[in-house]
Design a protein around this ligand. Structure first.
Ligand code: NAD
Ligand code: ZN
Ligand code: ZN
Length: 365
């Protein structure tokens, strides 16, 4: 079947809308007609020179849509079902079997390799040329994506905008899950969120839901900090104009924060975040860190924890419906973070995301 997709031809070329061919679903696979797909910062890892990705490739891993066809053996969903797509996992390794599919032993191969595990691909150019695909088990910057039964989550609610739910499958799940699952933030405590992008603000909304008392957002962009305030941050810090962010956090939180979430991936921010924890405090790190991080051991020995987190330690089949329920009740207003674009505006959307103007671009198909 012919589809349209935004193809990344190489790490430094603009996205191009191309007609491609998608195969019929194999056993266990689910062909989804995409109605909306978010752009996550992780899609842009493929833009970093030297990072090994298949190219050309169709990226996109925050898709939502309607099941069009299912492969043999699929029972979880049927054509016509509304679904959110999440990351792929094998379902058989030790971590998958113990409810931690985000740490699947085949996570890298299943989500980043650019093909199915056996090297075959459901996508190709119309002339049969190879096309990188299966990005996070979906490649959803396209009118249609091939997922599997394991990484689709059925949307039961009728009163939600399906086209903006895709980021629940990655960015929003990562931020909210890090606060609820990884940190296990408790009511009345303090939390500092470094980076008020899509992941950080989802974390902030979750911190309000669990009832954290002092909620501090740190960012470089005033527009993002204003939104953080509207979403319930009790304090905001502009790291561009604040000479000593760590001292400011300590002052606001009465000596240090119990919890922190880093979404910046900036080594200096992480170092400061550890210093700004109170004894026994925990920092969850979700931002992709380029390079090494160093800490001063004296402050760190005070019972502090640094926890690396994939996908908010969330089990998508349970956590995505939970976020949809928060959203329906109005406590998780993801629409405030989203700006919609057409898929052929993808280069502009990338630019707006990188410049800080748009928090979560979502392509509506
Ligand atoms: N671990 C995971 O499973 C997972 C999942 C999704 C995304 N991610 C990663 O999470 C990170 C955040 O994603 P996002 O979509 O929210 O990106 P984003 O770019 O929208 O957000 C990052 C924010 O950090 C801010 N920032 C950068 N440097 C800063 C500094 N020195 N001080 C304060 N703030 C600073 C930026 O202004 C920006 O608002 C990315 O690295 C992404 O790849 C990880
Ligand atoms: Zn992502
Ligand atoms: Zn596994």
């Amino acid at each position: 079947m012919k589809i349209l997709a935004a193809v990344l031809p190489s790490h430094d070329a603009p996205f191009e809308i191309r007609e491609l061919e998608i195969a019929d679903p194999r056993p266990g696979e689910v062909l989804v007609r995409i109605v909306g797909v978010g752009m996550c910062h992780t899609d842009l890892l493929a833009r970093i020179p030297g990072v090994p990705f298949a190219s050309p490739i169709v990226l996109g891993h925050e898709g939502s849509g309607i099941v069009e066809r299912v492969g043999e053996g699929v029972t979880k969903v049927a054509p016509g079902d509304k679904v959110v797509l999440s990351y792929a996992s094998c379902g058989k390794c030790m971590h998958c079997e113990t409810g931690l599919p985000q740490y699947c032993e085949l996570f890298g191969a299943l989500n980043f390799m650019g093909s199915r595990l056996d090297g075959s691909a459901p996508l190709s150019g119309c002339d049969g040329s190879p096309m990188g695909c299966c990005w996070f088990g979906q490649s959803s910057f396209a009118t249609h994506a091939m997922a599997t039964e394991r990484n689709v989550v059925k949307v039961m609610a009728d009163d939600v905008r399906l086209e903006i739910l895709g980021p629940l499958g990655c960015g929003f799940q990562t931020g909210a899950g890090a606060v609820v699952n990884s940190l296990g933030a408790r009511p009345g405590t303090s939390i500092v969120i470094y980076g008020a992008g899509a992941v950080g603000l989802a974390g902030l909304m979750a911190a309000k839901i669990v009832g954290c008392g002092t909620v501090v957002a740190v960012d470089l962009h005033e527009n993002r900090l204003s939104l953080a305030k509207e979403l319930g941050a009790t304090h905001t810090i502009n790291a561009k104009t604040t000479p000593d962010v760590t001292a400011e956090v300590r002052a606001i939180t009465g000596g240090g924060t119990q919890y922190a979430l880093d979404t910046t991936g900036v080594p200096a921010v992480l170092r400061g975040a550890v210093d700004a924890l109170r004894p026994t405090g925990t920092l969850a790190v979700v931002g992709v860190v380029m390079g090494d991080i160093s800490f001063s051991s004296s402050g760190f020995l005070d019972g502090k924890t640094i926890k690396g987190v994939i996908e908010g330690d969330a089990y998508p089949a349970e956590f995505i419906p939970k976020m949809i329920e928060w959203h329906r009740r109005g406590t998780f207003p993801i629409e405030r973070l989203v700006k919609t674009y057409r898929l052929d505006e993808i280069n502009q959307a990338q630019h707006d995301s990188e410049s800080g103007v748009t928090i979560k671009p979502v392509f509506v198909l």
